[in-house]
Design a protein around this ligand. Structure first.
Ligand code: GLY
Length: 402
């Protein structure tokens, strides 16, 4: 009975969102030059990804590339980013219909499949939904459905009812670490409830998002990166950072993950509190005095050395994509603000400062990202997720109903 109720609820929300998307006309004049640049960007991107594919060892996933030395860094399937390369190939295949891109994506899915049983990471949403989720959307198959459901079950094993959260990182038993990035893994759980009728995935996602609103955000709606809970009592022990400039700073990609995550929460539940949360996060980002004129953020809104600090183009790409979806749920005034900001971000990413020239950047699309500044890894390099969200943002922009 419960199963059926949730199935109908999810179906209702899905149909409601579809009809909103289908009907909503946006009072916004897109930039004609940008609309014209996007098809060329796709073709350039397809050519770039063939360069990347050529340089990829048969059993590896791309991670980053160091333009100064011409060296690549690769990963195995267990790295949190392993879903982005196949996901980007699938997005580009949809735009170009180039079978070489599709075949390369399918080749990577074979290498990635075993991660469906990985219960040691919270990143299964990124890894499996950006890859198999897109593959299943393009050409649904029972085996994709099984892989995604198994992934959702693996992710759910990390939920602790005491903390009301999915554990992000394994560490010593007395700690229970949750990062804002974890909001991005919830979309897989909503999908799993929709196709299985099992409401437990949905409930975990909603509980995690509610706990995160309570503990991750500051009064100005910026977010901490890491919350450490007491796994026995659920009490917050520490609020800190791992990838930001300081515990109290606003790490740019973390703000982007929160914005995207709460926009998805509203899409999936239609609960207004998530729309308000996403709107508040957008306000923090877009009104921040340290957001540069090209709207590509510094790696941390409080990075030392601004305006000389490095930018993180990946954060700009994620924000652009999220803002376009959020605009579709927002009132006319905010919708225009979000679309103008996203448009600027995509235009900036499309210019030669950020979009790599043909044959350069190791075949990655976007340059000037920051992976992990405190650890001094992936500093001012390309990153697979910058490419993925850049391509997604362009498609969302192009598909707007004007
Ligand atoms: N999820 C890790 C990162 O954004 O770098």
């Amino acid at each position: 009975m419960k199963k059926h109720f949730f199935f109908l609820l999810c179906l209702g929300v899905a149909l409601f969102s579809l009809s909103c998307h289908a009907q909503k006309k946006i009072n916004f004049q897109p930039d004609k030059n940008l609309l014209q640049a996007i098809p060329k960007n796709y073709l350039d991107a397809a050519a770039q990804y063939k360069v990347l594919a050529k340089n990829l060892p048969a059993d590896k996933f791309p991670k980053t590339y160091f333009p100064a030395t011409g060296k690549y860094e690769f990963s195995n399937s267990g790295w949190w980013c392993s879903g982005f390369y196949p996901g980007t190939l699938l997005y580009l295949y949809e735009q170009t219909k180039d079978p070489a891109l599709y075949n390369e994506a399918l080749r990577m899915l074979v290498l990635l499949e075993k991660e469906k049983n990985n219960t040691h990471t919270h990143d299964l949403g990124f890894m499996m939904f950006c890859s198999f989720g897109n593959a299943n959307r393009i050409a649904p198959k029972p085996e994709y459905k099984e892989i995604l459901l198994t992934s959702a079950r693996s992710l759910s094993t990390r939920f602790n009812p005491k903390t009301g959260c999915i554990k992000s990182w394994d560490s010593k038993p007395s700690d229970f670490l949750v990062i804002i990035d974890n909001m991005m893994n919830l979309e897989l759980l909503f999908w799993a409830t929709r196709v299985s009728g099992d409401s437990s995935f949905y409930k975990i996602a909603v509980t995690h998002a509610n706990t995160t609103i309570k503990n991750h955000f500051r009064p100005d709606y910026s977010s901490y990166h890491v919350i450490n809970y007491d796994a026995e009592t659920g009490q917050v022990k520490e609020k800190k950072t791992a990838q930001g400039a300081a515990d109290g700073s606003a790490w740019a990609r973390g703000q982007a993950w929160g914005l995207y995550g709460y926009t998805v929460m509203y899409r999936e539940t239609k609960d207004k509190k998530y729309l308000e949360q996403a709107g508040h996060i957008a306000g923090f980002i877009l009104n921040h005095t340290n957001l540069p004129a090209d709207k590509i953020p510094y790696w941390d809104f409080n990075a030392p050395g601004i305006p000389g600090a490095l930018r993180d183009a990946s954060a700009g790409a994620i924000m652009a994509s999220a803002l376009i979806e959020l605009s579709g749920f927002s009132d006319a005034k905010n919708s225009t603000i979000y679309l103008k900001a996203a448009e600027k971000m995509i235009a900036s990413l499309s210019n030669q400062t950020y979009q790599a020239a043909a044959g350069t950047n190791g075949g990655f699309l976007i340059q000037h990202c920051v992976g992990h500044m405190p650890q001094k890894t992936e500093i001012d390099t390309p990153l697979t997720y910058a490419d993925y969200y850049f391509v997604e943002a362009m498609e969302r922009y192009r598909a707007l109903k004007h």
